[in-house]
Each structure stands twice: as structure tokens, then as C-alpha cells.
Design a protein around this ligand. Structure first.
Ligand SMILES: Nc1ncnc2c1ncn2[C@@H]1O[C@H](COP(=O)(O)OP(=O)(O)OP(=O)(O)O)[C@@H](O)[C@H]1O
Ligand SMILES: [Mg+2]
Length: 329
């Protein structure tokens, strides 16, 4: 059967290529600050959105200026931060317009003081379709720059607003390979939540492969850490075994975070029902909560608070490593 040549109408990537070239230049000169954290795992339901919301809230509470972007057509952050009730949910339209129409990558508003949000939602389907088209066009290009440029559409959209924030957190969809690649090219560090079961570990290995692919365009990308999520056991021996398995999955290159997130389902459900993260709901005296749930919430809030601290320390260690390399060069 003869192949038909179909002309695809796709976004012009001239601007994207210019941004990617400039980023690589800045990276080689050592003047690219790490501030974009990608929360990603190829497996669904491993705690990405819960972690993204709790971490964003914890960091913004310390006075850091945070932007949370949900690169996911599911739009779960509406529940995690209660943004639907405060009129901040837009089904992903602002994000899609920035990617497809060249509009500024602007937040729809502040979900908390210092915490700006760009929600995800069904409008991102158009972005996903565009990315598949771009990838098909790229395959047929003889120019290596054209072959890779499509992966940098989010990097190019985020670039003009990077300077406005201290931390940018990307909460990425589990099922979309093009979106994950985009986020990994746009990001500076990844945080990978995982449960300890075999299928979550498979999702982790998928991320490791995409991570390697993204680094061709984004050589400064680093793994900030793996977070063991909703673990049923607090036994040191079991946790050590899980950590060893994870390190094996990532060829020994896995800094597994010391702080794990405990499994407390009723507390997690209460958070989504109230549109609040554990640190907020645990101290909300107006919320009608079962005393056992409140106790779990306090413990869960503690997990997230110390994880946020560990994330900041891991980030500082990466920054220091980069500064030392710069000094030695
Ligand atoms: N600490 C916890 N203990 C038990 N269950 C939890 C905990 N935190 C969140 N959950 C529940 O786990 C489920 C998955 O959480 P979450 O939505 O954060 O994962 P996700 O990786 O973002 O999922 P998706 O891949 O669908 O985007 C949710 O139903 C949530 O209520
Ligand atoms: Mg999610």
C-alpha cells in the first residue's frame, strides 16, 4: 500500500529552538539556577499529586515563591488544594493556550499566599495531540535540532517566567509519554514518588529511561530523590529492603529520601474532601473530623514537613556540587 503524505498543521518551533539553544549556552556557562522540580512516575496513583500539593504548600509557607503546574489532563489539583471552590480551576485552558497559541505561561491565581497555580484538565488533550503530531513531523526531519525541538515546548513556555519564582513544581500525568518528556526537558530536578509493589517499580524504570532521553536536551537534569509513598510498614528492615530494590532499579543512582510518607487512607480522603493539604487540615479546628483521623493527619503532616526540609537540603547539595564544579573549571 502506498503511503499518503499528510500535511500536518503544527505549531512553529522557531521560538522553542531559540530558547533551547540559549538554555544550553547558559548551562555551559554555569549560569542556570536549578528551580524546576518535576514530580513524575510512569505509574498512576503513586502519590504524585498529593506530594506536589503538600510540598508546594510547605515551601510557600516558608516564604518561597512557588508556582505549581499540573501537567495532567485529570486535573486532580482542584481537589488537593481546593482550587475549584475558590474559582481557580480552568480545566487546563490557560496552560493549553500558552503551549498552543503562544500566550504567556501565566497562573490563574494564588491558591495560597506565595503559591500560584496553573491547573491541568481536559483542555490538555489538545496539547497531547499537538505533541504527537510534532513527534511525527520530527521523525521525518533530517536536521537533528528539528528532531528534538518538539520535546522542548514546555521548557520554552516556562523559560520567560522562571525568574518570577523560587521554585516551580511540575505534577506530571502518568500515562502520557510526550508530556513526561516535555516536563523532564523543562525541569532541573526530579522527585519520584513510588509505592513498593512490583508495578510501581516498573513505572520507576520507565521514568529512568525517559530521564536518560531528556538529558540529551537537558544535561543539567538530576534525580533529586525517590520518595517511598504510602508505605504500610515503618519497620527499618522492610524499608531498607525497599530502598535497596529501588537503588537496583535505577542502577544504583537512586538517592532514596530518608523520610517516607505513611499510608493513612482516611486522612488522605479527608484532605481531598476538604481541599486542604495534611499540614493545613491537621490544625483546622473548624473541620469536623474523627479524632483518629485527626491524629493520622498530624502524623502525615509531620512526614510532609520533614520531607520538604529534606528536599531543600538535597537541592542545596546539588547547587553546591554545581558551584564546586564551576569553581574547579
Ligand atoms: N498518605 C496516604 N495514604 C494512603 N493513601 C493516600 C495517601 N495520600 C494519598 N493517598 C491516596 O492515593 C491515591 C493516589 O494519590 P495521588 O492522586 O496523589 O496519586 P497520583 O500519582 O497523582 O495519581 P495519578 O497517577 O492518577 O495522577 C488517592 O486516592 C489518594 O487519596
Ligand atoms: Mg496525579
Amino acid at each position: 500500500m502506498a503511503l499518503r503524505t499528510v500535511k500536518l498543521g503544527v505549531v512553529d518551533l522557531k521560538q522553542v529552538k531559540a530558547v533551547l539553544r540559549r538554555r544550553l549556552q547558559l548551562m555551559s556557562e554555569g549560569v542556570h539556577d536549578r528551580k524546576v522540580i518535576v514530580i513524575v512516575n510512569g505509574k498512576g496513583g503513586v502519590g504524585k499529586s498529593s506530594l506536589a500539593a503538600a510540598l508546594s504548600a510547605a515551601l510557600s509557607k516558608t516564604g518561597l515563591k512557588v508556582l505549581l503546574v499540573e501537567i495532567d489532563e485529570q486535573g486532580n489539583q482542584d481537589e488537593d488544594l481546593g482550587t475549584a471552590a475558590s474559582g481557580l480551576a480552568d480545566d487546563g485552558h490557560a496552560q493549553a493556550a500558552a503551549l498552543l497559541e503562544g500566550k504567556p505561561f501565566e497562573p490563574v491565581g494564588e491558591a495560597r499566599p506565595n503559591l500560584s497555580v496553573i491547573p491541568g484538565g481536559p483542555a490538555l488533550q489538545d496539547v497531547i495531540e499537538e505533541l504527537y503530531c510534532q513527534r511525527r513531523v520530527a521523525v521525518n526531519s533530517g536536521d537533528p535540532e528539528d528532531q528534538f525541538a518538539w520535546m522542548g515546548m514546555y521548557a520554552a513556555a516556562i523559560d520567560p517566567v522562571r525568574h518570577l519564582y523560587d521554585v516551580i513544581i511540575l505534577d506530571v500525568a502518568p500515562g502520557s509519554e510526550p508530556l513526561q518528556l516535555q516536563a523532564l526537558v523543562a525541569g532541573d530536578m526530579t522527585l519520584v514518588p513510588t509505592r513498593s509493589d512490583p508495578s510501581s517499580r516498573k513505572g520507576l524504570r520507565t521514568v529512568a529511561r525517559r530521564f536518560a532521553q531528556a538529558r540529551q536536551l537537558n544535561p543539567l537534569l538530576r534525580l533529586l530523590g525517590v520518595v517511598i509513598f504510602a508505605t504500610a510498614s515503618s519497620a527499618t528492615r522492610v524499608q531498607k529492603k525497599i530502598k535497596n530494590q529501588l537503588a537496583e532499579d535505577l542502577n544504583g543512582a537512586a538517592p532514596v529520601m530518608d523520610q517516607t510518607i505513611r499510608h493513612v487512607e482516611a486522612a488522605a480522603v479527608a484532605c481531598r474532601t476538604h481541599g486542604a493539604v495534611p499540614q493545613e487540615l491537621a490544625v483546622d479546628t473548624t473541620a469536623d473530623l474523627d479524632p483518629a483521623v485527626r491524629r493520622s493527619l498530624r502524623a502525615l503532616a509531620g512526614d510532609y514537613r520533614s520531607l520538604a526540609l529534606e528536599v531543600l537540603q538535597a537541592k542545596a547539595a546539588l547547587d553546591q556540587e554545581t558551584t564546586q564544579k564551576k569553581g574547579a573549571a
